[in-house]
Each structure stands twice: as structure tokens, then as C-alpha cells.
Design a protein around this ligand. Structure first.
Ligand code: DAH
Length: 354
């Protein structure tokens, strides 16, 4: 091809592009034009390929002609692109009233909505479930106190100073002699004094602290659910039936229960309620440490001196109380092996456990 033919083709390219650009209104329409007029398959590139076929003396002129055309095409494209992009941005800013205090997606309606963030912690989820079960049974929920006095943690529960059973709940103390409470039983007398009248049905949930070495099944901080039922003529069989109804609702299946004597100074008699492992039906498995039974609840008939302390005459009223370790039951229900995972921040665990 002769040099004047190349010149004509290149001129024509500039004219075509200028015409097309003048009709474009959106920045994104420009990108295909850029490859059409300056890309590998463009007339411009073809002209470069033809250089070697021209007579030697014409090559420099043709070469600079091609370069000049390339600059012209690129400049036309980038001027138009800059113009359209700034118009688009100005239009968006005109409609966008930015609220600097709002979450990100509120100011960016054209950005897809963020995925759901966060979920309830497995323990909170189970506390809510347990409270639902008990409130359905007529119990009023109370939140426990995490730090309390000697009086509520021990004395009011029939454990005066020097009582040897205090050692069972040996725990930390603050400098002014308060106790991060080792059990939710510290709420018993408080709740009795607050509710005052029978029938009294209360359920207390709270975080407790123990002086424990930590391993897969022991934590120094865990959760308990405590309950109280006081009325005239409340019996041990009422207590066992109530606990059994709760345990079955919690595990969502039939559970065979048994009781064995247990010592707690604030009840008389005291029991430990065991449930036949609902996962292996007593055959032995990981959840029940191959014993066939789960130790679920400590309970008993409220000691007369605790009733009296709470303002109820033991000659007229009787009642039962129980306390259970929430974390252990959550682990059993979900097949969680290590209590420490409940306090980890591993999002995969936290969102899959329940
Ligand atoms: N407070 C006891 C503990 O932490 C559990 C308990 C046992 C609570 C018997 C009670 C009860 O209310 O009656 O080990």
C-alpha cells in the first residue's frame, strides 16, 4: 500500500472515531471503541505492520504519521472519557445526601447489601431457649448478680461463717471483700424478698465464677440457671416432675431421670438429678462419658432456715430449688467437646454450634 493510501485510511479512522464519540453519552460505551480503534485488530496496528513493505525513504514519514494518528485517537478517547465520568459523578453527588453517621450501605444504595452480620452467641441462644421453657411453665425470669456479699452468697443460704461447705464454692474476692458469685443461689433470698407472696415461681440466669484450673470441661466462668418454687404443700414429686419436664423440653426428646442424694446446705433433702443420656439411651457415648447418665441438675427442698430468711414461714410453706450448669448442657446437646470453644472468637464455631 502506498503512503498516501495509508494516510487516507488513518484520516478516515480519526473521522469515524470522532463521529462515534460525539454520539456517546455513557462512559462504559467508550471502552469497546478504544479497542476497535487502537487495539490489536485496529487499522492503526495494521498500518504499522505495512511499514516494512514501503520504500525505505518513505518509512520515517509514514512512521511519524502513524504515531501522530495514534496520539490523536487516544487523546479524543481520553478527553471524552474524562468528561463523561465527571458528569456521572456530579450527577450521583447531586442526589446523594450523605449521612455520615449511618452504616456504609445506607450511603451506597447502588452497592449490593452487606451479608447478614453476626448472630446470637450459642450460650445466649440457649439461655433464651431455657427461659422460654420456664416462662411457659409459669416461672418469672430474673437476671443474677455477678458480684455479691458474703451474706447472699453464703449466710442467707444456711452457711454461716466457718461452715465447712463454704469451701465447695471457694472462689475469688475483691479487695473490699465482695465475691464474684460462685453460684446463682445467691439470688434465692433476694428473689423471695422481692416477690413476697406464694405461689412463687422464679427462674434466675447468671454468670458465675469459680477458682478452677481450666481444661476441656472446666471453666473459671460459666453460666447457671437457678429456679425456685414455693407454695403450700409443694412436694419432692412436684420437684422431680418439674425438672423432668424441663430436661425433656430442653433436649427435645423423652429422658428417663433418676435422683441420687446430694449435699447442698440450702436444701433438705438435697438431690442430684441424673438424666439417662438421650443420645445413646444409656448405652454409653462421648456425651455421657460412657456412663449412660448425664449429671444435670442439683436440687432439693428449700431448707426451713432459707425460707425463713426469705420471709416465708416454713410451717406453712414448702418449696424446691435447683441449679444447673448451662454450659455443660449446651455442650451435651450440641456434641461440643471443649468448653473453651464457647469462649473463643472463632466465627465458624460460633455460627454453627446451635
Ligand atoms: N448452687 C449449687 C452449685 O452451684 C447448685 C444448686 C444445688 C442450686 C441445689 C440449688 C439447689 O438451688 O437446690 O453447685
Amino acid at each position: 500500500m502506498a503512503i498516501n493510501k495509508i494516510e487516507r485510511v488513518l484520516r478516515d479512522q480519526v473521522t469515524q472515531l470522532t463521529q462515534k464519540l460525539s454520539k456517546i453519552t455513557q462512559a462504559e460505551e467508550i471502552y469497546p471503541l478504544r479497542s476497535l480503534y487502537t487495539g490489536k485488530e485496529s487499522e492503526l496496528q495494521k498500518a504499522l505492520g505495512l511499514l516494512k513493505d514501503l520504500p525505505k525513504e518513505e518509512r520515517p514519514t509514514a512512521g511519524s504519521l502513524i504515531n501522530a494518528t495514534k496520539r490523536e485517537l487516544e487523546q479524543a478517547i481520553s478527553e471524552k472519557l474524562t468528561k463523561l465520568l465527571s458528569e456521572e459523578l456530579a450527577a450521583q453527588d447531586a442526589v446523594r445526601d450523605i449521612d455520615v453517621t449511618a452504616p456504609f450501605h445506607v450511603n451506597m444504595p447502588d452497592v449490593p447489601k452487606l451479608p447478614r452480620v453476626g448472630s446470637l452467641h450459642p450460650l445466649q441462644h440457649e439461655i433464651n431457649r431455657m427461659l422460654t421453657i420456664f416462662t411457659t411453665m409459669g416461672f418469672t425470669p430474673f437476671e443474677g448478680r455477678e458480684v455479691d456479699s458474703d451474706y447472699y452468697v453464703f449466710d442467707s443460704l444456711n452457711m454461716p461463717k466457718e461452715h465447712p461447705a463454704r469451701q465447695n464454692w471457694d472462689t475469688f474476692r475483691t479487695e473490699d471483700n465482695l465475691i464474684p458469685t460462685p453460684h446463682t443461689s445467691n439470688m434465692q433470698v433476694r428473689v423471695m424478698r422481692k416477690m413476697k407472696t406464694a405461689p412463687l415461681r422464679a427462674v434466675i440466669y447468671g454468670r458465675v465464677s469459680r477458682n478452677e484450673a481450666i481444661d476441656a470441661v472446666h471453666g473459671h466462668t460459666f453460666y447457671q440457671i437457678e429456679g425456685l418454687y414455693i407454695d403450700k404443700g409443694v412436694s419432692i414429686s412436684n420437684m422431680i416432675a418439674t425438672i423432668n419436664a424441663f430436661v425433656e423440653a430442653f433436649f427435645g426428646r423423652k429422658v428417663t431421670g433418676k435422683v441420687q442424694p446430694g449435699y447442698f446446705p440450702f436444701v433438705e433433702p438435697g438431690i442430684e438429678y441424673m438424666g439417662q443420656c438421650p443420645f445413646c439411651e444409656g448405652a454409653g457415648c462421648g456425651s455421657c462419658k460412657h456412663t449412660g447418665w448425664l449429671e444435670l441438675v442439683g436440687a432439693g427442698m428449700i431448707h426451713p432456715s432459707v425460707l425463713r430468711e426469705g420471709g416465708f414461714d416454713p410451717a406453712v410453706y414448702s418449696g424446691f430449688a435447683w441449679g444447673l450448669g448451662l454450659d455443660r448442657m449446651v455442650m451435651q446437646r450440641n456434641g461440643i467437646q471443649d468448653i473453651r470453644s464457647l469462649f473463643s472468637s472463632d466465627i465458624r464455631f460460633l455460627s454453627s454450634a446451635v
